[in-house]
Design a protein. Structure first.
Length: 338
């Protein structure tokens, strides 16, 4: 397989932007929910929009969350798949719904901070068109190596890249603008190295090439890679979260390796259209908290390599704002936009 640097991947970026541009949905409607209706919430099924394909880790996690919320609040929480455009199709749909708490959205940093930078003319604002309700989990990104590559820790990487030639050592990701791509770019900047980026249509397609040695490294999420790590078929090098992953306690963080500037926390959260009533937001926030404390939810998260991560609506809003600014700046340095 020919190696190609991320700087040479502009055609793929243009194609992705074209698919994203279809997600031009109306922005959130004004709130019309009364105090009595908020107190009675929910009194009918709640739609939980999942803006990514069925069968992935986010699908598994949020179906488990929907089940817990259904049990706690006495109404069905129904997962509805509206995938496409890097999450912007589902996001646009949710942004255009009534802010009454009956349409909710699963969100993550790629959807709110990266994809909007690659789309011109989106009809919703990733920060102003939504109401943050609660963060749910962290699913750290991780750097993985082929078993025969002599890189076991991050400290081994610069010498290996230098020996192989700048830009010639390959790393795979789930695609242009993915969190894996972003993590790889930030890490290269921190270490002052250059590797060749090979984007795939999903991390699952990259795994066979990593196992076969056709690419040296893969930047992926812990939940996506945990099965292969547990089977010892690939080497976990470093995680990009602030703290060690609970399911990989022996794998160091980038900060521990000496590069805190490469930290990139990846979370999944629950949001709704802008202007949701505070009583409904608070009620949902506490329901999420109780869900994450349930034994069934803890077991489900541990099985896929995710860590529970609950925050208040205000804390979530601050986290979103920080990521929108920071990741937006990173995207600009990746030269994915015209």
């Amino acid at each position: 397989m020919k190696l190609m640097a991320w700087k040479l991947s502009r055609r793929a970026a243009v194609a992705w932007r074209a698919s994203l541009s279809s997600a031009l949905i109306a922005t959130a409607l004004p709130c019309t929910v009364s105090a009595d209706e908020a107190a009675d919430y929910p009194n009918k099924p709640v739609r939980l929009v999942l803006p990514f394909a069925a069968g992935g880790v986010s699908d598994v996690i949020f179906r488990a969350l929907a089940n817990e919320l259904s049990q706690q609040l006495g109404q069905p929480f129904v997962v509805e798949i509206r995938a496409g455009g890097g999450g912007t199709v589902g996001a646009g749909y949710a942004a255009g719904a009534a802010p009454d708490g009956y349409t909710l959205l699963q969100s993550n940093p790629t959807m709110i901070a990266v994809a909007p930078r690659l789309v011109k003319g989106l009809s919703y604002d990733p920060e102003r068109s939504f109401t943050p309700i609660a963060t749910v989990v962290t699913t750290p990104n991780i750097m993985l190596a082929n078993k025969n590559v002599p890189v076991k820790t991050l400290q081994d990487l610069p010498a290996f890249v230098k020996k192989g030639g700048q830009g010639k050592v390959s790393f795979a990701t789930a695609g242009i603008g993915s969190t894996g791509h972003t993590s790889g770019h930030i890490l290269q900047q921190a270490l002052g190295i250059e590797m060749g980026h090979i984007p795939y249509k999903g991390a699952g397609q990259a795994v066979p090439d990593l196992l076969a040695g056709r690419v040296a490294f893969l930047f992926d999420s812990v939940p996506s890679a945990i099965g292969h790590i547990r089977a010892s078929s690939m080497t976990p090098v470093v995680v990009f979260s602030r703290t060690r992953s609970s399911v990989l306690p022996d794998v160091q963080t980038v900060a521990e390796a000496g590069y805190p500037q490469a930290t990139l926390d990846f979370w999944m959260g629950l949001e709704g259209p802008a202007n949701m009533p505070k009583p409904i937001v608070d009620k949902l926030n506490q329901a999420v908290k109780r869900a994450l404390e349930s034994p069934a939810m803890k077991q489900q998260l541990a099985s896929v390599g995710a860590d529970p991560f609950h925050s208040s609506p205000d804390e979530f809003a601050q986290l979103r704002s920080r990521d929108i600014r920071r990741l937006g700046e990173v995207v600009e340095t990746m030269k994915l936009t015209d």
